[in-house]
Design a protein. Sequence first.
Length: 91
Amino acid sequence: MSNNPAVVLSSGFQVAGTNRAKSPLSKPVIISMDAGKSTELVLKLSPVNNARILDVEFAPLGANNTPGDWKDAGLGSQFVIASRGSLSLDV
């Protein structure tokens, strides 16, 4: 194994980048929001570069449209959220 980029390049391979700096991810976009079974909301989100899964939280809306206690909807790219009434989403 060689740590010399010239040797790697001369063998026909590309040198992998070494920049592993963290950068902010783009915000996902809601692709679709459909009614599932009774009291369910099916939410599908757009893919985000460099993200394998998304973490979604939801809260029922209370008086004056203020969110109640946040609940975890899980990890993934498509979610089924069971709730009655209006919701606030955080992706």
